[in-house]
Structure formats: structure tokens, C-alpha cells
Design a protein around this ligand. Structure first.
Ligand code: NDP
Ligand code: 2IT
Length: 444
């Protein structure tokens, strides 16, 4: 059995009942096959793949807190510190009822390669809880965040592990977690990113993932002789990533026509109105049915269906496994030319293969959505030097990083004889840096 097949079998046997983690590992190992085979003896002797697919540390703990009625609630929380070869662990915190160890491990594993691709010194980690912020009062969210940090503070720090936002975690939650960390430790340090602008947050971090997604998409299209201006774009999600992807798509002269949340989706023939979207989802924390009320030309559909929309470019920006094989078939049938993942692993493996086989340009999330964590690393730099940079300065750096990421995927794919396969390119380019750092640091 080849080393890659052996490791995949081992991962499945040692991590039973963790389908998302298996999926992420399979995608990466599959495209690393050619790289591993070139250097198999060394990698085997050093047990490099065993180490690469096993978290350095996983912390699991309970979070007890008191709700507004005086009832004690208990949630499960996690922080998976997957790989610290190239820098302190870095990655978001997700608050969503679906959160479990499999999802945390897949996200932390992906984060390792994504962070490597940014070219910045950050290792891979991820955390979160099955706490559902929906329908909770600010006081309840604060009580939960404070209790979570009362345990997690032992494992994080500006030079050890720096969490940030993800699904269900935005500026409000980061603020509460940062405040409690500072209170317990008595240290004012850049232990979180995505902080408010008055207490160490970086300008453009809020917009960075969505903007970065469009900077990379534009570059990928350009290198394939296509202009993004005038293109129709289908976006899923209505949160942080989707909102700023939609805003930047407009700024590039494209037309974003859809968005979605966990209940349903919107088609707006006039293009999605960013101000209305922000008012509905960020200010009122309401459902997309409110968007349809404010924009009478738009149509609200209950349930799933964004990918049935005729579009040139599809940007899945909600969650994992939201673009499945039938969605891929619908996109191809409707003439879609490019799919770039704003979310982490939104496309299933068979859907990815179908899109690639049908000539759709496909950029995986670990490259396409890396602008968020890259800007988080810029926030860490600003915190370390106790300065803050202008929006324009951060945004210019973000653009440079996204263009570089695209070219590193493109070059890696070409070097290994898989031109145009950006999935393979991302995995190879992300892997080589981490693998070389691990080998250089010995058996740790
Ligand atoms: P938000 O919580 O801001 O928004 C998530 C959006 O996706 C919401 O509209 C939500 O619907 C919808 N959604 C979430 N889960 C589901 C589900 N199970 N089924 C259907 N819809 C769902 O999160 P973000 O925008 O920050 O994150 C979106 C994706 O991007 C995630 O995959 C995340 O890991 C990834 N990402 C985020 C980065 C960041 O900087 N924030 C950086 C890189 C990647 P509803 O409104 O109903 O909750
Ligand atoms: O998936 C991700 O890259 C994020 N949620 C952002 C992580 C970060 O540390 O900014």
C-alpha cells in the first residue's frame, strides 16, 4: 500500500465517526500523492504524514453559564491546536449548534495549509462551541463568552494561540472574550484578532475575507483571459464573508444576484443591495424574509436552491458541504465558468471533481478565503508594534497577498504537471512549507 493510502486508512481507523475530518484529509492527501512519492523514504522515516494528520493538542471542556431566566446551561467547547510548525496557532472560533470535534478538526487541519499559503508566520488552529447565539440576549452571549474564556485562557496567548471570529462569532463575541482574557491575565496583548477598532483591531479585517475572495477570483479569471466586470455572481450566505464579497463584486463591476441564510435564499434581479443586507442581518439580526420585504423586486425562496441560479461565477460563502453534486451539475448546465470558495470546504469532493472535469475554474477555500486570516496576521503585527495602519495600507497588503497566493497555486500545479488544478496547487504549496519546517525542527 502506498504511504498516502496507508495514512488515510489510519486516519479513518483512529478517528471514527468524524466524516468532515476524513473528507478534508482525503482531499489533501489525494493531491499530495505525487509530492510524497518523490520523497517517500524520508517522509516515511520521519512519520511526517502521521504527525501532519494528528493535532498537536485538542482541548475539550464544558462551558456552564446562567441564562436570563436563571437557568444554568451547559455547552461543549473545543480548541484544536493542529500544527505550530510555522508560527503560533491561528484560527477562528465558531459558535453553532452543529459544532463537534470532527468539524473542529477539519477546520484546524485546513487552517494549517491556508495559513501557510498566506506567506505569514502562523500555525493552524480552530475552536468553537455548540452554543447557538441566535435568539440570545447580549447578556447571555457575554455570560457564555466569559465562562468559555475562564477555561480557554490557559491555552491561548499572543505568542501561543490567537483565536478570531468564524460562523456565529463577530465583533461582539470577540470583544467579550478579549475583555475576559485581559481581566483574568492582567495583560493587554493581541490574543484575539477581529477586535474592535478602538482596542487594537485592524482596519479592513471585517471586510478582509470577502474582499480577499474577490481579489483572488479577479486574478484567477484574469490569468485565464476573462474580465470579472459584467459577470453575474451567485453568492450563498448572508454573514461576514458573503456581505463583503457582495460589496467587492459590485466595486469590480460584477453583479451579485443572490444570498442565503439557514432558512432560505434571495434572488434579486437588480443585484443584492448591501445596505439592506447589512441592516437585516447585522443590525436587526433578522431573517432574509425581511430583505424581500424591503426590496419588492426580489424573490425569497424557502430552503436551499442558490445554485440553480444562472450565473458566471459562484461563490459559496456559508458553510461546509453546501454545494453538492446536483448543485455542480446545475451550475455547469447554466454555463458557470468559475467557483471560488469563500467558506471552508463548501463543495463536496465529487462536486469539485465534476466542476473541474467540466472545465469550471475552481479555487478551494484554503486559498480563496485566506484573506481573513492573512489580515488577522497583519492585526497581530500591528499589535506587536503598537501601531495601527490605515485602511488603504491594510487593503493594499491584502490585495498583494491574494494575488501572490493565486500565483503560488498556479505555479505549484504547473510544476507538478497539473496545470489549472488549483486544488492540487493549493495543497502542494501549503504542504511544502509546513513539511520543510517540521523536518527542520526534528521529532516534535
Ligand atoms: P457568519 O456567521 O457571519 O455567517 C454565516 C452565514 O452562513 C449565515 O448567513 C448563516 O445563516 C449561514 N449558515 C451558517 N451555517 C449554515 C448551515 N449549516 N446551513 C445553512 N446556512 C448556514 O459566518 P462567516 O461569514 O464568518 O463564515 C462563513 C464561512 O466562511 C464559514 O465556512 C467560515 O468558516 C468561513 N470563513 C470565515 C472567515 C471569516 O473571517 N469570518 C475567514 C475564512 C473563512 P444564518 O444567518 O441563518 O445563521
Ligand atoms: O477560517 C478562517 O480562516 C477564519 N475563520 C479566520 C481565522 C482568523 O484567525 O482570522
Amino acid at each position: 500500500m502506498s504511504y498516502v493510502d496507508e495514512i488515510f486508512a489510519r486516519v479513518k481507523a483512529q478517528n471514527p465517526g468524524e466524516p468532515e475530518f476524513h473528507q478534508a484529509v482525503e482531499e489533501v492527501l489525494e493531491s499530495l500523492r505525487v509530492v510524497i512519492e518523490r520523497n517517500e523514504e524520508v517522509y516515511r522515516r520521519e512519520a511526517l504524514l502521521e504527525r501532519l494528520t494528528t493535532p498537536e493538542r485538542s482541548v475539550l471542556f464544558r462551558v456552564p453559564w446562567v441564562d436570563d431566566k436563571g437557568q444554568v446551561q451547559v455547552n461543549n467547547a473545543y480548541r484544536v491546536q493542529f500544527n505550530g510548525a510555522i508560527g503560533p496557532y491561528k484560527g477562528g472560533m465558531r459558535f453553532h449548534p452543529s459544532v463537534n470535534l470532527s468539524i473542529m478538526k477539519f477546520l484546524a487541519f485546513e487552517q494549517t495549509f491556508k495559513n501557510s499559503l498566506t506567506g505569514l508566520p502562523i500555525g493552524g488552529g480552530k475552536g468553537g462551541s455548540d452554543f447557538n447565539p441566535k435568539g440570545k440576549s447580549d447578556r447571555e452571549v457575554m455570560a457564555f463568552c466569559q465562562s468559555l474564556i475562564t477555561e480557554l485562557y490557559k491555552y491561548i496567548g499572543a505568542d501561543t494561540d490567537v483565536p478570531a471570529g468564524d460562523i456565529g462569532v463577530g465583533a461582539r463575541e470577540v470583544g467579550y472574550m478579549f475583555g475576559q482574557y485581559k481581566r483574568i491575565q492582567g495583560v493587554y496583548e493581541g490574543v484575539f484578532t477581529g477586535k474592535g477598532l478602538t482596542y487594537g483591531g485592524s482596519k479592513a479585517r471585517t471586510e478582509a475575507t470577502g474582499y480577499g475572495l474577490l481579489y483572488l477570483t479577479r486574478e484567477m479569471l484574469k490569468c485565464n483571459g476573462i474580465d470579472i466586470a459584467g459577470k453575474t455572481v451567485a453568492v450563498s450566505g448572508a454573514g461576514n464573508v458573503a456581505t463583503y464579497a457582495i460589496q467587492k463584486a459590485w466595486q469590480m463591476g460584477a453583479k451579485p444576484v443572490t444570498c442565503s441564510d439557514s432558512n432560505g435564499w434571495i434572488y434579486d434581479p437588480d443585484g443584492i443591495d448591501v445596505d439592506t443586507l447589512i441592516e437585516v442581518k447585522q443590525v436587526k439580526r433578522a431573517r432574509l424574509t425581511e430583505y424581500a420585504k424591503a426590496r419588492p423586486n426580489s424573490v425569497y425562496h424557502e430552503g436551499k436552491g442558490v445554485w440553480t441560479t444562472k450565473c458566471d461565477v459562484a461563490l459559496p460563502c456559508a458553510t461546509q458541504n453546501e454545494l453538492l453534486i446536483d448543485d455542480a451539475k446545475a451550475l455547469v448546465a447554466n454555463g458557470c465558468i468559475a467557483v471560488c470558495e469563500g467558506a471552508n470546504m463548501p463543495t463536496s469532493l465529487d462536486a469539485t471533481k465534476y466542476l473541474q472535469a467540466n472545465g469550471v475554474l475552481f479555487c478551494p477555500g484554503k486559498a480563496a478565503n485566506a484573506g481573513g486570516v492573512a489580515t488577522s496576521a497583519l492585526e497581530m503585527s500591528q499589535n506587536s508594534e503598537r501601531l495601527s495602519w490605515s485602511f488603504e495600507e491594510v487593503d493594499a497588503k491584502l490585495q498583494g497577498i491574494m494575488v501572490n497566493i493565486f500565483h503560488s497555486l498556479d505555479d505549484a500545479a504547473k510544476e507538478y504537471g497539473m496545470e489549472g488544478n488549483y486544488v492540487a496547487g493549493a495543497n502542494i504549496a501549503g504542504f511544502l512549507k509546513v513539511a520543510n519546517a517540521m523536518l527542520a525542527q526534528g521529532v516534535v
